[in-house]
Structures are given as C-alpha cells and as structure tokens.
Design a protein around this ligand. Structure first.
Ligand SMILES: N[C@@H](CCC(=O)N[C@@H](CS)C(=O)NCC(=O)O)C(=O)O
Length: 219
C-alpha cells in the first residue's frame, strides 16, 4: 500500500497535525511541494484554491480538519465512544478558533510587540477567560484536558484532539515560552509527554520535520 501524500508548502503550518497523526500511528508519508499556480488554477485538485491536500489511494481531499478527521478514522485516533468522539470534535473546534487568531497575529499583525501583548491578554490571560474572545481562549481547552486527568484530552489514549492541541501549543510556546510555563505548567507537561510518544519522538528529531512554522518566517 502506498504512503499518504501530503501536498503543501514547505512549512509546518496546517499540515503539521496531519504529519503527526500519520507518524504517531507508525505510518509514514510522502510530500510534494505545492505548485502555487496549480493550487489556484486546478479546481479538481484544489477545490478551495488552498492547501494542504492529501492523496491517499483513491482519496484526494483538502481542508486540513477534514483530512485530520479522515486520518483519525483511519488510524483510530477519533475516540472510542460517542462521548469521546464528541469531546474530540469539540476540542478540535476550540483549537481551530484559537488557530484563526494565531494566523491573524502572524500574517496580519506580523507578530508586532503590541499585537503580541494584546494577543496574550485576550487569548491566554487567565483574567480574561470570560471576556470577548470569540471562543478562543487556551483556558477553555486546558479545562478539557484537566477534566480528563491531564494526560490525554479524551479517553485513555491518544486522539487527534491531543495532536491538534499539541501543535497549537507548540506554536505558542515559540512565542510565549515563559508566560505559558508560568500560567499553564500542566499544558507544558502535556506538550513534553506527547513529544516523547513513539513515532512522534523520532519524527520531531528527524529530517522530515520542517524548520519553518509559517510561510512569512515569523513565529
Ligand atoms: N481552511 C483551510 C485553510 C487552508 C489555508 O489557509 N491554506 C493556506 C496555506 S496554510 C493557503 O493555501 N494559502 C494560500 C491561499 O489561500 O491563497 C484548511 O484548513 O485547510
């Protein structure tokens, strides 16, 4: 059986969770650098004019969270019971809300100091959890993890929700390492433990892990 092929830019970006899901399951992937004019011009391969795109056997799919859910079903990372599956889905949506704010900080606000400060205050500061944050506050997601014991977000084994949380934490730890360690030590512990899991550990230390998190070299 051929490996799943990830078509994307040479950055971690929105494909990182997909790579993590594959390697955590003991599988491997191939990559193809996206041809931007093809991405913009070929509506069969890129129905939204965006990547990542995954080709896996007969399947050819886009939208990172659709691909993540597909991989979760393929590799049994979707949760075991209906309750776990719903929790996984809720966390994925919560992480997505935060990721949209992060993308805005990186690409629109260019990670400017004032924007960083406002970002922390709105989406990470424990004082602002009940403020207007568009449903994007790390505390909400931390609550799910704490409620489930702190090792995994749902159930007693790894799910795609853990990988979504891990990736978004990994991105934020690059920007706010000390603040996160101080305010959310349990999330730093979670991040370290997931990074040690078989498959993930080797991937993170290996040549397939891309250096750049974002396309504009920020973050
Ligand atoms: N909702 C999409 C967003 C994908 C997205 O923003 N892709 C970016 C790269 S990270 C892209 O293709 N940007 C080029 C463009 O939109 O023209 C997903 O989750 O896959």
């Amino acid at each position: 059986m051929s490996k799943p092929v990830i078509h994307y830019f040479p950055i971690r970006g929105r494909a990182e969770v997909l790579r993590l899901a594959i390697v955590a399951s003991g599988d491997d992937f191939d990559t193809v650098d996206v041809n931007y004019s093809e991405q913009k011009g070929d509506r069969d391969k890129y129905p939204f004019g965006q990547s990542p795109r995954l080709v896996d056997g007969d399947l050819d799919i886009v939208q990172s969270n659709t691909i993540a859910r597909y991989l979760a079903r393929k590799y049994n990372l979707q949760g075991k019971t209906e309750k776990e599956m719903c929790t996984v889905d809720m966390i994925m949506e919560g992480v997505e809300s935060l990721r949209i704010k992060y993308v805005n900080l990186i690409y629109n606000d260019q990670l400017a100091e004032a924007a960083k400060e406002a970002y922390w205050k709105t989406y990470f500061d424990k004082e602002t959890t009940t403020g207007r944050n568009g449903g994007a506050h790390i505390q909400y997601i931390a609550n799910f993890l704490a409620k489930n014991g702190g090792q995994y977000c749902a159930g007693d084994s790894l799910t795609i929700a853990d990988l979504c949380l891990w990736d978004v934490l990994d991105l934020h730890l690059r920007i706010f390492p000390d603040q996160i360690q101080e305010a959310y030590p349990e999330l730093v512990k979670f991040h370290s433990e997931i990074a040690e899991l078989p498959g993930i550990k080797e991937y993170l230390a290996g040549p397939k892990r891309l250096a750049e998190p974002n396309a504009n070299k920020l973050g």
